[in-house]
Design a protein around this ligand. Structure first.
Ligand code: G3P
Ligand code: MG
Length: 247
């Protein structure tokens, strides 16, 4: 799979266009696609009754203003939570979307999704991976998909049971064992916190992976510096990052 068709705009919209619409909502994803992003990144978690939904934090307080853990709620309960809370009064009443709704949107738009599997608890990693995979089956030949997770058990689950799906290895802190870890499976891409990257590290990563991506980059100067090291693309809160005029 070729990650970016337009290599002049190597952007994956982080949680959608989350600066102008509530993060991880259909509105934010739709805007990101409209703004030209070929990919959106989303965080996928299960409700208590195992419905995959798009949400970053285990607790809903920050994004909805109401305290509750997602793994303690039934899907039906989510209608009482307003994902538009941070953009009040605009986007008031916005739903926490299901993964299925995002897949349908990407299918309609002909665009890609990076699904970051974010189990509510470490012990749910494999179950979350499995349930999400079941949902992906009818979409995976129709839209570009890229799987990643901070939970190594979820990554390994995909490597073992769904090796046909492109897989990204995530690193928030530099892991001296990264090379040993990824030697266990075929990685499509390595996704790193931009703060841990320098030229030497990027070069080392590039020897092992077709694509090296950095998150979260909202500064064009920094994006260009990382590109000069060999970074291929960026998770950004701003889908228009590459349309900004250099200062
Ligand atoms: O997947 C890249 C990035 O989203 C990882 O960090 O915390 O924003 O999910 P986070
Ligand atoms: Mg994420």
């Amino acid at each position: 799979m070729k990650l970016f068709q337009n290599k002049n705009r190597p952007i994956i919209a982080h949680r959608g266009a989350n600066q102008i619409a509530p993060e991880n909502t259909l509105a934010a994803f739709e805007l990101a696609y409209q703004m030209g992003a070929e990919w959106v990144e989303c965080d996928v978690v299960l409700t208590q009754d195992e419905i995959p939904v798009i949400l970053h934090d285990r607790n809903l307080l920050r994004t909805t203003g109401r305290k509750a853990n997602i793994d303690g709620l039934q899907f039906e309960d989510l209608k009482h939570y307003d994902a538009g809370f941070q953009f009040y009064p605009n986007y008031q009443g916005t739903n926490i979307p299901t993964l299925k709704a995002l897949l349908d949107l990407a299918l309609k738009q002909g665009k890609g999704i990076n699904l970051e599997i974010k189990p509510a608890k470490r012990e749910y990693a494999e179950r979350t991976a499995e349930i999400v995979r079941q949902m992906l089956r009818v979409y995976e030949k129709k839209i570009p998909l890229l799987i990643s997770s901070f939970e190594f058990k979820a990554v390994k689950w995909y490597a073992h049971y769904a090796s046909e799906l492109p897989l990204g290895f995530l690193m928030s802190r530099w892991d001296p064992l990264w090379e040993i870890k990824i030697s266990e499976f075929k990685v499509f891409s390595i996704h790193c916190n931009e703060k841990i990257l320098n030229e030497k590290r990027v070069q080392a990563l590039k020897l092992k992976s077709q694509y090296v991506l950095a998150y979260t980059v909202n500064d064009l100067e920094r994006a260009k510096e990382l590109q000069s090291f060999g970074v291929d693309g960026f998770f950004s809160d701003n889908p228009h990052l590459y349309q900004e005029k250099p200062s």
